[in-house]
Design a protein around this ligand. Structure first.
Ligand code: GLN
Length: 446
C-alpha cells in the first residue's frame, strides 16, 4: 500500500507507470505475507516489483508503449514474471517505455514521456524508462526492463541505479514481446548489484518455452552475493570508448571510479576493440531488419487495435498506419529495405559480417584482461526534445551500449558518481556467462 501511495504521489509528474491492478497486487502481497509467517524464505518473498510493459503479466495490458496494442491483455505470464511470482514477489505495475523498445530517451512512448527524477526537465533514458524511474524514485526496489542495445543500461546510467544485461540466453524471452530477437534480453534493475543477484537467482535457468535459453553457470553463487577480491583483476579500458565523443566531466568521474578499483589491487590496462567504429551502423541495420520481420504480426487481426476498412489489405494497412508511431514506422521501412532482394547482400549480410568482427574483437581482448570498463553514454541525461528531431543523434546515444549485445556478452551499468548534480554510470562488460563474476565485481565497487 505504501508503494501505491508513493506512485500516486509522484507519478503524475514522473509518468513511469502505465497500468496497475491494485486488487491483484494486494492479493499477492497477502499471500506472500502468509508464506513468510509460515516460515518460508526466498530471496524475493514479498518484494514489490515493477514490470516493463513489453513483458506479459496475466490479465494486464501489455501495450509495449504503443497504441496498436490498445485493448489487448496478456493471456499468460512471461517466464521471468512467472518465476518471480512463484517465489513470492509482488508485481505492482506495468512500466512506461519507448514504443516497442525503440528509443534511447523515454520520449517515444505513444502515451506520455517519462521524466528523470533527478531533474524533471531531463529525459530518464530509454527504452526501459519507466522501469528505471520506478527504482530510482523508490516505487519498488526491483524492476524488469529489456535490453536490445542498451535499454536498461543507458537509463540506469541517467538515473543513478544498477542494471544488468545478462549473457544472451541466461534469461528466458518467453512472454517478452520481440523487437530484435537475436539481441533482446530481459534486464533486471535495482539500486545495487547485490539486489539484482537476489532476483536473478530466482529467474535464471533454462526454460523449455525459449529454445535459446540456457542455464547460468555459478547460479548458486548469487545468494548471498560475495564481493569479488579485486587483487590482480585485470581491467581493460578499450581506447576507442575513451576517445573524443566522451564529455570531460564524465571522463573525470570514470577515472575516479577506476582509481577505486586500482586502490583495491586491480590492474588497469588499455586494450583495443578496433571494429567499434562499425557498431552503430551494424546494430541499426540488424535491429531494423529484425524489427521489420517481428512487427509484421501486428496486423489488426491478432492483437489490440483494428481499423475499420473495406478490405483485408486496407484494414491491415490502416491499422498499422493508425497504431504505430513514427520511429517504429521508420525502422520497419529501413529494415524492409535492408532485407529486400538486391540490397540484402549489400546491407544485411555485410552487417552480419561486421557483427562477427565485433565479437572477435571482444574474444581477443578477453585473452589479456578479465573484464572491460567503459562509459555508459557520452554524457549525462539530456533535455527533452534535444534529439527527437534528429534520429541519427538519438542513435548515437547508444554508441557504448550496442557492442556487447552484438557479441551476446553480459554487461552492467552502475553509478560512478555525480557530475554537475547528475548521475553518471560506468559499464562493465565480461566474457559470455561471466554474469555472476560481473555482479561480484560491481558488488566490490559498491
Ligand atoms: N536505443 C536502442 C534502440 O533504440 C536500444 C533499445 C533497446 O535496447 N531496446 O534500438
Amino acid at each position: 500500500r505504501s508503494a501505491f501511495d508513493r506512485i500516486k504521489r509522484l507519478d503524475g509528474q514522473l509518468c513511469a507507470i502505465l497500468a496497475t491492478d491494485e486488487d491483484q497486487s494486494l492479493r499477492l502481497a497477502r499471500k506472500a505475507d502468509a508464506r513468510l509467517r509460515a516460515g518460508e524464505r526466498s530471496p524475493v518473498l514479498g518484494l514489490p516489483i515493477v514490470i516493463k510493459d513489453n513483458l506479459n503479466w496475466t490479465g494486464l495490458p501489455v501495450s509495449c508503449g504503443s497504441r496498436i496494442q490498445e485493448g489487448y491483455r496478456a493471456p499468460y505470464n512471461a517466464t521471468v514474471v512467472e518465476r518471480l511470482i512463484a517465489a513470492g514477489a509482488v508485481p505492482l505495475a506495468k512500466a512506461n517505455m519507448d514504443e516497442f523498445a525503440m528509443g534511447s530517451s523515454g520520449e517515444y512512448s505513444a502515451f506520455k514521456p517519462t521524466r528523470n527524477p533527478w531533474d524533471t526537465s531531463l529525459v530518464p533514458g530509454g527504452s526501459s524508462s519507466g522501469s528505471v524511474v520506478a527504482v530510482s524514485a523508490g516505487y519498488a526496489p526491483f524492476s524488469l526492463g529489456s535490453d536490445t542495445g542498451g535499454s536498461v543500461r543507458l537509463p540506469a546510467g541517467f538515473c543513478g541505479v544498477t542494471a544488468l544485461r545478462p549473457t544472451y540466453g541466461a534469461l528466458s524471452r518467453y512472454g517478452l514481446t520481440a523487437m530484435a530477437s537475436s539481441l533482446d534480453q530481459v534486464g533486471p534493475i535495482a539500486t545495487t548489484a547485490a539486489d539484482i543477484a537476489l532476483a536473478l537467482q530466482v529467474m535464471a535457468g533454462r526454460d523449455p518455452m525459449d529454445s535459446t535459453s540456457t542455464d547460468l553457470p555459478r547460479q548458486d553463487g548469487l545468494v548471498p552475493l560475495r564481493p569479488r577480491n579485486l587483487k590482480g583483476l585485470r581491467i581493460g579500458l578499450p581506447t576507442e570508448y575513451f576517445a573524443d565523443g566522451l564529455e570531460s566531466g564524465s571522463r573525470s568521474l570514470l577515472e575516479a571510479a577506476l582509481q577505486v578499483f586500482a586502490d583495491q589491487g586491480a590492474e588497469i590496462r588499455n586494450v583495443s576493440l578496433p571494429h567499434t567504429r562499425y557498431a552503430i551502423d551494424t546494430y541499426y541495420l540488424l535491429c531494423t531488419s529484425e524489427v521489420s520481420s517481428n512487427l509484421s504480426r501486428f496486423d489488426g487481426v491478432r492483437y489490440g487495435h483494428r481499423a475499420g476498412a473495406p478490405s483485408l489489405p486496407d484494414m491491415i494497412a490502416e491499422t498499422r498506419d493508425q497504431g504505430l508511431g513514427p520511429e517504429v514506422k521508420r525502422r520497419i521501412l529501413l529494415g524492409t529495405f535492408c532485407l529486400s532482394k538486391g540490397y540484402y547482400d549489400a546491407f544485411y549480410q555485410k552487417a552480419m559480417k561486421a557483427r562477427t568482427l565485433i565479437a572477435r574483437d571482444f574474444e581477443r581482448a578477453f585473452e589479456s584482461v578479465d573484464i572491460l570498463a567503459t562509459p555508459v553514454s557520452p554524457g549525462p541525461a539530456f533535455p527533452f526534445g534535444a534529439k527527437t528531431n534528429d534520429p541519427l543523434a538519438m542513435y548515437l546515444a547508444d554508441v557504448f551500449t550496442v557492442t556487447a549485445p552484438l557479441a551476446g556478452l553480459p554487461c552492467l551499468s552502475m553509478p560512478a558518481g555525480l557530475c554537475g548534480g547528475l548521475p553518471v554510470g560506468i559499464q562493465l562488460i565480461g566474457p559470455a556467462f561471466s554474469d555472476v563474476m560481473l555482479l561480484e565485481t560491481a558488488h566490490a565497487f559498491q
